[in-house]
Design a protein around this ligand. Structure first.
Ligand SMILES: Nc1nc2c(ncn2[C@@H]2O[C@H](COP(=O)(O)OP(=O)(O)O)[C@@H](O)[C@H]2O)c(=O)[nH]1
Ligand SMILES: [Mg+2]
Length: 397
């Protein structure tokens, strides 16, 4: 999906610009009239800004998309204005294709649309109330859908509340669904992953409960950084509580042919920094000891703080299968230690992904990777917000 903004003197012109660049299948998601403020008033007339989107893997039939666009042109309604200025990505966002997965989700989304259309036909009564009726049914369906996917009711209400006015002004299903879809994407934010900066040695800590997949995830990331980014990668582990844990990481280090060291106390970090100064990225595995025990948390805190802030990143690894209440406790405990980005593992083991949105909205931490299987190095990728939003709206049957 690509989302872009176009400005022109008239709506039709703006839509033409969008069509020219994104193709005739572009869908108009938002139209607003902008009146220049202050001194600009003297030089610039009000102009129109549209937000257009195109889904590269969209399977909405072409003729239907034409209709959507035409409808949008006809309906040009300057009242359809965001309540707040959305913090959407300034540049276009591209999805890396995950064919089968994506088409399954698209199918679900289409099913939802069909269901909506059907419900609406059933519910159509007097013409006068048709629009309100439509909107009510629409909001109810979306509400149920999000709750079924285990989005916290608090956040469902927040999201629906934020798009409510927009929905009230627009009875088009496609536009309304697009508004909610876009709102969820905005809430998920832009996922961030590890980047290599020449001339810098970055220390990347992986923290989180035992068994969530920290070590496996490190192996996947090490492999991709080495092979795709050609980065000089080294490993460190402070997980010395189980011999098997050290051996597990050593095995991966051997396979990938990268160095690995074990540290027994935070004081040893100094030596490690010296020893690894020629490397771009040092991935640090930690023991998934109880976040409930203060002493154990202190160990991790000391270790993390032994590296300067600008040289370190911390990733909190959470299994998507963990109960929401436990996730809340875990994120709260780690928030006291450091800021972090979120990794969600084991997406293959659950169908409800509401917790990704819940924890994102709770912590406001940046999302990063997701993993969906035990295979090193394949089953990992940057979290795909478009797919996540579609899955949240598309049902989980
Ligand atoms: N199904 C599934 N299993 C995973 C995933 N990531 C890790 N695992 C498995 O979870 C178990 C614990 O992983 P490990 O990396 O040792 O967890 P750690 O204790 O956090 O370091 C292992 O059996 C992994 O193969 C995943 O994305 N999906
Ligand atoms: Mg481990």
């Amino acid at each position: 999906m690509i989302i872009k903004k176009y400005q022109a003197n008239t709506e039709t012109e703006a839509i033409m610009l969008a069509k020219e660049e994104l193709g005739k299948d572009a869908i108009v998601m938002n139209i607003k009239t902008i009146s220049p403020k202050g001194i600009y008033k003297l030089f610039r007339k009000p102009f129109v800004e549209i937000t257009a989107a195109i889904d590269e893997q969209s399977n909405v039939p072409v003729d239907k998309k034409e209709v959507i666009l035409e409808k949008a042109v006809k309906k040009l309604n300057p009242n359809i204005i965001y309540e707040e200025e959305p913090q959407e990505p300034k540049t276009s966002v591209t999805v890396e294709p995950k064919e089968n997965y994506t088409s399954a989700i698209e199918k679900k989304l289409n099913n939802l649309q069909d269901l909506l259309e059907k419900k609406l036909v059933e519910n159509q009564t007097e013409e006068k109330t048709e629009k309100e009726e439509k909107n009510l049914v629409f909001i109810q369906l979306i509400y149920n859908q999000l709750i079924r996917n285990e989005v916290d009711e608090k956040y469902v209400n927040q999201i629906l509340g934020e798009v409510e006015n927009k929905i009230k002004n627009d009875a088009s299903l496609d536009n309304n669904l697009a508004s909610i879809y876009q709102k969820i994407i905005l809430k998920l934010g832009q996922p961030q992953t590890i980047s290599v900066e020449e001339g810098k040695t970055k220390f990347i800590f992986f923290v989180g409960p035992t068994g969530v997949g920290k070590t496996t995830t490190i192996a996947k990331i090490a492999s991709s950084l080495k092979l795709s980014n050609k980065a000089r990668v080294a490993l460190l582990t402070s997980d010395t509580y189980r011999i098997a844990a050290v051996e597990q990481l050593r095995t991966y280090a051997n396979i990938l042919n990268i160095p690995m060291k074990v540290i027994y106390s935070p004081d040893e970090m100094k030596n490690c920094k010296e020893e690894y100064k020629e490397f771009n990225i040092v991935l640090i595995d930690t023991a998934g000891r109880s976040h409930k025990v203060k002493e154990q948390r202190d160990d991790i805190e000391k270790l993390i703080h032994s590296v300067d802030r600008e040289l370190r990143e911390t990733y909190l690894v959470l299994s998507a299968t963990t109960k929401y209440a436990d996730m809340i406790k875990i994120t709260e405990a780690y928030s006291q230690i450091t800021d972090y980005r979120l990794i969600f593992t084991k997406l293959d083991e659950t169908t409800s992904i509401g917790n990704i949105l819940n924890i994102k909205m709770l912590t406001n931490a940046e999302l990063s990777y997701t993993t969906w299987g035990q295979n090193v190095p394949d089953d990992i990728g940057k979290l795909d917000t478009q797919n996540t939003a579609k899955q949240l709206l598309g049902g989980s049957e």
